[in-house]
Design a protein around this ligand. Structure first.
Ligand code: G4P
Length: 189
């Protein structure tokens, strides 16, 4: 997706050989026009599938997932990383290990909003080692949903999440795939 790649080149900051900062349009501030196009691009990539729910994880997955949901007319269900006051049981949960933060979090989704009748697409902002997506797949599995694929805004192709998922036969659609962040430069696949 050319607009996204331009935005990454112009506004992205390479923090290290493994981390790209995209706070100005994806993580701390959202560019709604770009996000709208991201939603439309995901809808186009998955147009051969009937999608009944979009599944994502807070916080940065919610904006792109919502734009996809808006485009295709499907509700967006999101996993929480912290237990909410009003949500104590009736939950699907899964453990997600973050290599970046070196910690394990329990993520949870309300059982009210996923069912075996659902055809789900999983959306997230970044794909690094794939741990968040694996947690969401686990939850979709517990709910008995069919997962038609995974949509990612920015995949770091030099980390193994994409390969691990594709090797399992999971359809992964990434809108920008980064080959390397070496020497402060963003190189796309
Ligand atoms: P994984 O799920 O693919 O294994 O990723 P990892 O544990 O390494 O990522 C932990 C968090 O860091 C996730 O966000 C993920 O989206 C984000 N992340 C990973 N690599 C990058 C990167 O190069 N740049 C940026 N900007 N983010 C990255 P999170 O902590 O859940 O944050 P949020 O969704 O609440 O914003």
């Amino acid at each position: 997706m050319e607009l996204l790649k331009e935005k990454i080149v112009i506004e992205g900051k390479v923090l290290s050989d493994t981390v790209l900062k995209v706070d100005s349009f994806l993580n701390l501030q959202i560019d709604p026009l770009l996000m709208k196009e991201i939603g439309e691009e995901f809808a186009n990539r998955f147009k051969d599938e009937v999608i009944t729910k979009v599944l994502t994880i807070e916080s940065s997955g919610i904006a792109p997932a919502t734009m996809l949901g808006l485009t295709i007319g499907a509700p967006v269900v999101f996993a929480r990383k912290k237990k909410s006051l009003t949500l104590s049981d009736n939950l699907y949960t899964s453990k997600v290990y973050s290599f970046t933060k070196k910690e394990t979090n329990e993520i949870s989704v309300s059982k009210d909003f996923l069912s075996p009748d659902d055809n789900v697409v999983i959306i997230d902002d970044f794909l690094a080692n794939g741990e968040a997506v694996k947690g969401l797949l686990d939850i979709a599995n517990q709910a008995g949903c069919k997962v038609v694929g995974v949509g990612i805004v920015i995949e770091k192709g030099f980390q193994d999440g994409g390969k691990v998922l594709r090797d399992q036969g999971i359809r992964v659609e990434s809108l920008a795939i980064i080959n390397s962040l070496n020497n402060g430069m963003v190189e796309f696949v």
